[in-house]
Write a protein of this length. Structure first.
Length: 131
């Protein structure tokens, strides 16, 4: 058995974990600094700044926050935007349900067999040990 491949995979898994942590920390600091920079630019009546080969300018972005999800589809249809309404399925939840069916003795329900194609993907699980 080639243990060098396992060691390399473990090194990469550690590197991936480190990068995820670093990315999260970087985003947190950027989020904190963004508010400071916005206030700095407003206080100094600046609409643009260029530093370190980057250009900075404040802007406002608008996002929709749904107050009543049960009435959203109806409201969109009434105003001619029904094309935004779609029935969707969460693929992670669906995959979890398919795994449950496969783990049971019955397997995939007959009604699903022409609709769902289970895709088996070989993977390696790499967990840290105390050694």
């Amino acid at each position: 058995m080639r243990t060098d491949l396992f060691k390399r995979y473990a090194e990469l898994a550690d590197q991936k974990d480190d990068l995820k942590l670093k990315l999260s920390q970087t985003q947190q600091e950027m989020d904190r600094l963004e508010n400071v920079l916005i206030n700095e630019m407003i206080d100094n009546d600046m609409d643009k700044a260029s530093v370190g080969g980057r250009s900075f300018s404040p802007y406002t972005q608008i996002w929709a926050k749904v107050r009543d999800k049960s009435k959203l589809g109806e409201a969109l249809r009434e105003t001619g935007h029904g094309d935004l309404v779609s029935e969707s399925v969460n693929h992670q939840s669906l995959s979890a349900l398919v795994r449950e069916f496969y783990d049971s003795e019955n397997g995939l329900p007959e009604a699903w067999r022409n609709v769902i194609e289970p895709n088996e993907v070989p993977k390696i699980r790499c967990l840290k040990t105390n050694h």
